[in-house]
Ligand binder design. Structure first.
Ligand code: OOG
Ligand code: NI
Length: 467
């Protein structure tokens, strides 16, 4: 059918509808968006070279619409249907994140676009966690929670019909797409009516706040929507001036010249009124679920680069632990800076040492003259350009820090891991994509295309040729 709209269009309709809804539900989100826009404009004005680089790499346009959100699901069936829903929007499960390492009874993936054109149009991502009732010690409570979850339906009947239509026809018409987006929004809306009594809520909450958040409501309310900033330290500093109190530390690597991976910080947004179910019309209480977050994205790292990152972060966390109330935040930051002196801070060095992923392109107007003897010659002469590839994914230790801080503590803790990717994929009904495969393929493909157009294919190694 030729009258089908592109999945990128559906994703953009959806992310902008989500943003409008979240702005209404969580007023501080609007304040944050304004602050981030101001900071990004100031950064670009002060750094024309950065602006030119982002423009040339096709990255500037997406910045304004770039958001990620997060949801927490209760059952395998929910995860299965959410995967099908996101597929209609061109979003696929990338990565497996085991958060049991931080004492959280969840494991997660991120639904996001995977191909380069789709990422450039709108890289909307949703960090999606599945609760793991099997990790609860209180088996009776785990069973009760499973019983409550079994009764709810988080995707509307009409949305399920439209998902089936999209699966059958390979997409949706414009009219169907609009209806689908409106129906999909229903899944992520906040519900102030709890499905459980105040007493049950308390027992779930005592077992783990996350369990109460997932089990007590009709649906998996979107719990934050995060804009991307070009200077997270400026936003962190600007937040208190606009009445927002951020968490104690910025998660991820320290501030650097050559940004790597992902830096994130968050704040508690709302304590919301909840009506609990029960006789006599139930009773009132409060629940904190929704928060705000910002992120700054840097270059994606190769396995070698990632191993170095993990090592330096591990050393930092073993040396200084930030306390529940953010104690020792400044010694943590000092330690982090010190440890990361061992991580090269020039894109050029990151590339030469194969610590990070790049995307190659031919410089405008560059011609292919005689054959050169190395890639370095082409880069040196300016005929070939290596742009950093943005890290499009998440970091488990950082995600755990964001979870913890919004569950009411800045304390850092390190537990034994209980990863179970097979069980996660069984629930998902699909395998997750290994994120690093995407970056390495982009790098190899772009290099091959650039060398072909420069007539320098003799420089391709056998590995590149096979890509
Ligand atoms: C998700 C927390 C993780 C991130 O950006 O790493 C996260 C959640 O609290 O549900 O948002
Ligand atoms: Ni987040």
């Amino acid at each position: 059918m030729s009258n089908l709209v592109h999945s990128d269009t559906i994703r953009t309709l959806f992310s902008s509808a989500m943003s409008d809804m979240y702005r209404k539900e969580v007023p501080q989100y609007g304040t944050l968006i304004d602050l981030v826009r101001d900071v990004n404009e100031a950064v670009l004005a002060a750094d024309p070279a950065l602006k030119t680089r982002l423009e040339a790499a096709d990255e500037l346009e997406r910045l304004d619409v770039e958001r990620h959100g997060a949801i927490r699901l209760g059952t395998a069936e929910e995860l299965f249907n959410i995967r099908r829903m996101f597929a209609v929007m061109g979003m696929f499960p990338v990565g497996y994140y085991d958060l049991s390492v931080a004492g959280l009874p969840v494991h997660s993936t991120a639904f996001r676009p995977v191909d380069e054109a789709a990422l450039a149009r709108n890289p909307f991502r949703v960090f999606t966690s599945l609760i793991r009732l099997e990790l609860l010690e209180d088996r009776g409570l785990a069973e009760e929670a499973a019983g409550i979850l079994a009764k709810r339906k988080i995707v509307t009947d009409r949305a399920l019909e439209l998902i089936a239509t999209a699966e059958k026809n390979g997409g949706l018409t414009e009219e169907q797409a609009r209806e689908f987006v409106a129906e999909a929004l229903e899944t992520f809306r906040w519900h102030s009516e709890a499905t459980v009594s105040a007493n049950t809520y308390k027992r779930l909450h005592d077992a783990h706040r996350l369990i109460a958040d997932v089990v007590s409501f009709r649906g998996p309310h979107i719990n934050h929507l995060t804009p991307r900033t070009l200077d997270i330290d400026a936003v962190q500093k600007g937040m208190p001036e606009r009445g927002i109190a951020p968490k104690a530390i910025v998660e991820g690597p320290p501030r650097r010249k050559a940004d790597i991976l992902l830096r994130q910080t968050s704040f508690k947004a709302l304590e919301e009124e909840v009506n609990f179910a029960g006789e006599n019309g139930g009773n009132q209480g409060t629940h904190t679920a929704r928060f705000g977050e910002i992120e700054q994205r840097g270059i994606a790292l190769t396995p070698k680069g990632r191993a170095l990152y993990d090592e330096l972060l591990g050393k930092t966390r073993r040396a200084v632990a930030v306390g529940r109330k953010g104690e020792d935040a400044s010694s943590y930051e000092a330690e982090l800076e010190k440890q990361f002196e061992a991580f090269p801070d020039e894109f050029e060095t990151l590339r030469r040492e194969k610590l990070a992923y790049f995307r190659y392109r031919v410089a405008p107007g560059a011609r292919s003259d005689k054959q050169v003897s190395s890639l370095e010659d082409l880069l040196g002469s300016g005929a070939l350009i290596a742009d950093p590839q943005v890290y499009e994914d998440f970091l488990p230790v950082s995600a755990a820090g964001i979870f913890q801080s919004n569950l009411g503590s800045d304390a850092q803790s390190n537990y034994l891991e209980k990863a179970n990717q097979a069980a996660f994929e069984e629930a998902l009904g699909a395998q997750v994509i290994y994120e690093l495969d995407l970056y390495s393929k982009t790098e190899a493909d772009s290099l091959k295309a650039a060398l072909m157009s420069l007539g320098q294919t003799h420089l391709l190694t056998s590995v590149d040729k096979a890509a």
